[in-house]
Design a protein around this ligand. Sequence first.
Ligand SMILES: C[S@@+](CC[C@H](N)C(=O)[O-])C[C@H]1O[C@@H](n2cnc3c(N)ncnc32)[C@H](O)[C@@H]1O
Ligand code: SF4
Length: 378
Amino acid sequence: MSSFYLHIPFCQSKCDYCDFYSQPLGSQKELQDYVDLLLLEVDLLAHKWPGRGPLETIFFGGGTPSLLSSQQVGSILRRLEAAFGLAASCEISLEANPGTVDYDKLRGYRQAGVNRLSLGVQTLDDHQLHQLGRIHSASQARQAVTAARQAGFDNLSLDLIFALTNQDLLQLEADVAGLLAMQPEHLALYGLSFEPGTPLQQRLQQGVVSEPDDQFYADSYLLIDRLLNEAGFEHYEISNFARHGYRCQHNQAYWQRRTCLAAGCGAHSFIADGYGERWLNPPSLSNYCRRLKSGGLPLELLETFDRDAAMAEYVYLGLRTASGVCRAEFQQRFGTTVDAVFASALEKNEGCLRLQEDRFRFDLQGWLIYDHLISAFL
Ligand SMILES: C[S@@+](CC[C@H](N)C(=O)[O-])C[C@H]1O[C@@H](n2cnc3c(N)ncnc32)[C@H](O)[C@@H]1O
Ligand code: SF4
């Protein structure tokens, strides 16, 4: 049993804040050539790591996977099924930009087997959408949600970015209310980060925009948690909320360090044998294509985990989630106790850590400053 990630490194145009590995799509031929290489890579991966199926989750991420036609998505899914087999309940997610989809395309995805759609709504404020360099309006995002429902999607996730420049809490509350009105099963909410090399960060350095202060970020995060809890969502990971039964299975596999093979330029594979291995496809489209065309996998071994590194990553990922780190599972996996290995980190963070039902979990304040707190465990 494994998961499979496919990276689509193209967007219609780059958003001003985003440093995900993607570039503007040149032509439909460029996209089809890339899909042909993905199909080849699927076969090569199945050959390198035999017996890894059936696949429990598949995730088309990007970039903008919704630039793919439904025929292209269908051909990739058929190849995955032939190479690995698909579990009967396989979760198949696809990330979509609302500016790139309509009913026909979404219906095609659904018929091809995609059963979970993640739409990048980001905000419902048209001025903010423009400032972020998004290619769509709020009304196009609403239309995409309606079209997705009509196309048969009953597992819909929406992305929102908060702590936007010049945003106040009333505007954030309106964004959250707008998202809830679309009745999604799942929500992912990220604070705006100013990534090096992006146009947004340049505007920050030039003093054209200012970064929201820590207090506003904290107030925004706590407001989101309260509003979504009241609406019946479970806050199951730092940035993720789900209605009962709708946690993202693919991300759960990642947080639990289960095997996830990955195809596409810049994609990472994790093999859960021993203490784990992480492999990387270099984030260069030309290198990726050249390597596959010459018949080889573009993979490079990034890290072979020893026990110490595996324990640190297990805790690093586990504490991101509401399930936290189970002491008994840790002991069974590593033959030692989490209390012994991380004694000083646990003591240092005791103000934000809870021990309930044999599990260590961060409370909401802990999640708020997770990046700061987790360094004690690494
Ligand atoms: C690959 S994109 C989602 C799909 C599609 N490309 C789109 O944008 O609609 C993944 C998500 O990461 C989030 N994201 C990307 N860069 C970010 C940043 N600098 N700060 C906060 N969130 C960011 C956005 O919410 C985005 O929807
Ligand atoms: S946020 Fe999405 S659409 Fe925008 S550049 Fe990043 S991956 Fe592309």
